[in-house]
Design a protein around this ligand. Structure first.
Ligand code: SAM
Length: 288
């Protein structure tokens, strides 16, 4: 039967719908169900286990915010670790920083990389072939258990905490990331849409909070992560890294020569402001 309609089933009793104009690829890989289809509004869409991962039209928002906020806040990131990110969008944005010397990307499912290279080529835009990038096919938690390298920024661009992505929201994973960060290093991760996945955000505070002196969240609205603001988890052992004054952010942004479509220094300075319902939930469960 030809799929003509995609209904996301991430949330009980609620989901976004995409008309499918053409199924470009579909496979049950060793780890998850992968589908890439074309939709008139969002272009090519990739979903894993029935959950939208990325679309051609709005991917720039997520990928710019999950890379440029930690890298420009750090100010001198040379070694970056990406966990997940099989579509290549995070890798593409990280490599736009000329001072980054080495990027290791640990992706559990080689099929995601291969199919995204073929059907979503603008996501990676050649990044997988950059000599600074090393691609490791492994479970992110296994990589961290044996990792003896140290990084300035660690980005967890994983699926939601179901299936293979679940371990990437565990205390063990966060402890491993903390161990593999250099002093003043920054950990960031996608943490779902706070309005609909509030418990996941609070749980991250409970599990990630003990490992970092400065643990909080920042936000951006990504249209196809339906339900409102997407929360990004932040962890750093130096609170000053998150409090870079706006003029310095503007200087770093100009010096980076980045040409962005969502990120700018003002967005960076403002994105750590969180809605009251989220602050109240964090205070109720975790004391603030
Ligand atoms: N932007 C998306 C989001 O916010 O949900 C994430 C996109 S990216 C495609 C998610 C990637 O995480 C996938 O390529 C998936 O294969 C990978 N992944 C899931 N569990 C993993 C694990 N335990 N170790 C490494 N990669 C994993």
């Amino acid at each position: 039967m030809t799929m003509t309609s995609f209904l996301e089933r991430l949330h009980p009793g609620y989901g976004q719908h995409f008309a499918i104009d053409e199924v470009l690829f579909e496979q049950v890989t060793a780890h998850q169900q992968l589908v890439i289809f074309r939709n008139a509004t969002f272009g090519r869409v990739m979903a894993l286990d029935g959950i939208v991962q990325t679309t051609e039209r709005d991917e720039f928002i997520y990928h710019e915010m999950l890379t440029h906020v930690p890298i420009l806040a750090h100010g001198a990131a040379r070694r970056v670790l990406i966990i997940g990110g099989g579509d290549g969008g995070i890798l593409r944005e990280v490599l736009r920083h000329a001072q980054v010397e080495r990027v290791v990307q640990v992706e559990i499912d080689a099929a995601v990389i291969e199919m995204c290279k073929r059907y979503l080529p603008n996501h990676s835009a050649g990044a997988f072939d950059d000599p600074r990038a090393q691609i490791v096919i492994a479970d992110g938690i296994d990589y961290l258990r044996q990792c003896d390298e140290r990084y300035d920024v660690i980005i967890s661009d994983c699926t939601d905490p179901v299936g293979p992505g679940e371990v990437l929201f565990s205390s063990e994973f966060y402890a491993g990331c903390r161990r593999c960060l250099n002093p003043a290093g920054v950990f960031v991760a996608q943490n779902g849409v706070a309005f609909l996945q509030l418990d996941e955000v609070v749980t991250t505070r409970e599990r990630l909070g003990p490992w970092f002196a400065d643990q909080t969240f920042y936000q951006a609205a990504v249209p196809t992560y339906a339900g409102g603001l997407m929360a990004f988890a932040w962890g750093c052992d130096d609170p000053a890294v998150r409090q870079i004054p706006l003029p310095e952010l503007e200087r770093r942004y100009r010096a980076s020569e980045l040409c962005t479509r969502y990120y700018n220094p003002q967005i960076h300075a403002g994105c750590f402001a969180l809605p009251q319902y989220l602050l109240d939930a964090l205070a109720a469960r975790c004391g603030g």
